[in-house]
Design a protein around this ligand. Sequence first.
Ligand code: ADP
Ligand code: MN
Ligand code: MN
Ligand code: MN
Length: 369
Amino acid sequence: MQCAVEIQDFNGSRRLRTSEKSPQKPSYTMPKYKLEYIWLDGYTPLASLRSKTQIKEFASFPTLADLPLWGFDGSSTQQAEGKSSDCCLKPVAVYPDITKKDGVLVMCEVLMPDQKTPHPSNSRATIPDDPDTWFGFEQEYFFYKDGAPLGFPKGGFPAPQGPYYTGVGYKNVGSIARKLVEEHIDICLAAGINIEGINAEVAKGQWEFQIFGKGSKKAADEVWLARYVLMRVCEKYGVDVEFHCKPLGKDMDWNGSGMHTNFSTKFMREKGGKKYFEKLMAAFDKYKDEHITVYGPDNHFRLTGLHETQSIDKFSYGVADRGASIRVPHSFVNSEYKGYLEDRRPNSAADPYLVAGRILKTIQSVPTA
Ligand code: ADP
Ligand code: MN
Ligand code: MN
Ligand code: MN
């Protein structure tokens, strides 16, 4: 007798598995999932993404609770000495990966060998937990090929900035970039990563994607995953993603890249008010150096006071002011100082975990009563 067991896939498709071994005891082969564990290494001033894959059987698409802790050699990632090199990977978010059969993207935090204490490089662990804080990150970046932005002529420069921002046509966006960004959107959407949009940016070869999330860690997790997916998509086209905030240098008339960070707490959305807003901005002023410290390396090349930025040593805010540190949307003022604010200082290479953590700590320093 043949025994058949129906197993439900994560994407809802049913598969039939048969076994002829034991007629009494139904037995079936479970799908082997490819668990791609992704984490941040210990490099400074900027952590890089790392990953490795383990294959495990599950009856259906694994939940976070199903996923085991795992280890890696921290001496190869600047996270441990050679003598005692094991670090621990703790899964914190799990997403289906449609680029392969039974693929799983597993975002992880790094723990010490005791499997409890956050590793010093674990910036995610520094974010206060708050399910009602929302972040929206606008991630700008350059595609790079052969040491120059994608579409730059060999050894030279294309026509000056102007037509590239939200541009169309081969002379503005070339023939590869759109394929890359659209493949990126599709993988993110299928995974459930909350990508909200993309656009071509001001410099040739420069693009942006936006990620929004409810919960103080959610959007930052998804920015790291979306970066990972984008870099992986680009591999097969021989293209790299350049996250440096001023890859063409500070003296060139080519835009740098930011990671504008939009944020709101429940209090800001529901109570707000001008008084609270002014106290909040005073706290942002007070902690401006602490903010800049985690807003990405080489930011002094970018925050010059030009190209829609405030200079790095000043703090300012303004309604619809794209030259301010914090831009206050019209909608915020029109609804009695309620809603979200945009911190324009974080740069494209910043760690969204550190950015989210710092913003929330500053907000929490301001009494709401
Ligand atoms: P712009 O380029 O004009 O600065 P974008 O449309 O690129 O604006 O980005 C605006 C961001 O603000 C989006 O990522 C969006 O998700 C985010 N956002 C909208 N509402 C809120 C909110 N209440 N709290 C936090 N972020 C928000
Ligand atoms: Mn934007
Ligand atoms: Mn932009
Ligand atoms: Mn913006």
